[in-house]
Design a protein around this ligand. Structure first.
Ligand SMILES: C[S@@+](CC[C@H](N)C(=O)[O-])C[C@H]1O[C@@H](n2cnc3c(N)ncnc32)[C@H](O)[C@@H]1O
Ligand SMILES: [Zn+2]
Length: 334
């Protein structure tokens, strides 16, 4: 099957030179590395340098997800069910309504690539990238079975992304950076991929929002994993494989960190990315509406108001695993 993602420029993850498509795979003219394509997945993974704080954790996290790909698929999933699930979750629906069909997108840490596959349906060029080959295999199998040809699967390490800089309209990384040894450095690495005028969207565990999950983890650990009914998401997760993937991801993960909205606002500043908005909003009484304009700027609230709003996530954030999303924009070229 041919795909339509030939407009994407790959760069060597070892030396950053442009890669050329050759019959045996993507080749670097500078350091002579050849990167294979196996089962339709570009294999461009490069380990972190040993001195990097992300080194050991990346290996552990890779082994964890190779064993239990996340979030996995339901047996009956199809393009129709993917669309209908996106409609129910409304975040994916808003993305689909608001990202133009000619956009070039990369999802860094796509897992089994539900969102990447979904966003490719309308003809957007999507790179679904993850370090876990087994997750990518599931995503690719789904894409092939549904004849989705605008999505390309890449095994990579987000600390060494194998792409030329500033080529994507949107970089997404949902639930990923908090499973790395250096989330801010990971953010900086993927922010380089955003085109001037383009956007970056990251989802992270929240310091306060995650407290109830921490409490449940404690109960599961001391009770030998009984009382699983305490997690409302587990009941909704679908097949046994999906339930297991959720349970492991939430409660048995080898590494997770937690963050605050104001902390991540600082990362944006340091990487010269403009603040667009956070979800939830940092203003106390502003709730997320079902017709929200995701790429419109919503300034951050004062420090004290934002602090109160963030603390309130103890109660509100726990339903989705204590998650928040930040959207930023790379300034247009002068
Ligand atoms: C919790 S899953 C999230 C999957 C998907 N984004 C979602 O929202 O369902 C985290 C994913 O991040 C990937 N990941 C973790 N560290 C990574 C790294 N250094 N480079 C690329 N992917 C990474 C894992 O393999 C895993 O698939
Ligand atoms: Zn090279």
């Amino acid at each position: 099957m041919t795909d339509s993602t030939n407009c994407i420029e790959f760069a060597c993850p070892a030396c950053t030179s442009l890669l050329q498509q050759k019959s045996q795979g993507l080749e670097c003219n500078h350091c002579n590395h050849i990167f294979n394509n196996s089962e339709g997945i570009e294999q461009l993974y490069m380990a972190n340098d040993e001195a990097s704080p992300a080194h050991d954790i990346t290996d552990k996290v890779k082994a964890f997800y190779e064993d239990k790909p996340f979030p996995n698929y339901d047996d009956f999933d199809s393009v129709t069910s993917l669309i209908s699930k996106a409609q129910q979750g409304y975040f994916a629906r808003l993305l689909d309504e608001q990202i133009p069909p000619n956009a070039k997108i990369i999802e860094c840490g796509c897992g089994t690539a539900q969102l990447s596959n979904f966003l490719s349906i309308k003809g957007r060029k999507v790179i679904a990238a993850d370090l876990c080959l087994n997750s990518l295999r599931l995503g690719k199998q789904f894409a092939d079975s549904q004849q989705l040809t605008n999505v390309r699967f890449v095994q990579m390490n987000l600390f060494k992304p194998p792409f030329t800089h500033e080529q994507f309209h949107l970089v997404i990384s949902n639930g990923v950076l908090h499973h790395t040894g250096d989330p801010q450095a990971g953010f900086e690495a993927i922010a380089k991929l955003v085109k001037p005028g383009g956007y970056i969207m990251i989802g992270l565990y929240h310091y306060w929002g995650r407290l109830i999950t921490d409490l449940r983890r404690f109960i599961f650990n001391v009770s030998g994993n009984r009382f699983k009914g305490l997690d409302p998401n587990l009941r909704k997760a679908g097949t046994k494989a999906k339930q297991e993937a959720w349970f492991n991801d939430q409660y048995k993960h080898p590494h997770e960190s937690k963050h605050t909205i104001r902390e991540v606002a600082g990362w944006l500043k340091q990487a010269n990315i403009e603040w667009v908005r956070s979800i939830p909003d940092t203003h106390l009484f502003r709730d997320f509406s079902h017709s929200e304009q995701l790429f419109n700027r919503e300034p951050i609230a004062s420090n004290s108001e934002a602090l109160l709003r963030e603390m309130a996530m103890v109660f509100k954030g726990s339903q989705e695993g204590g998650f928040f999303t930040i959207i930023g924009r790379k300034p247009s070229s002068p």
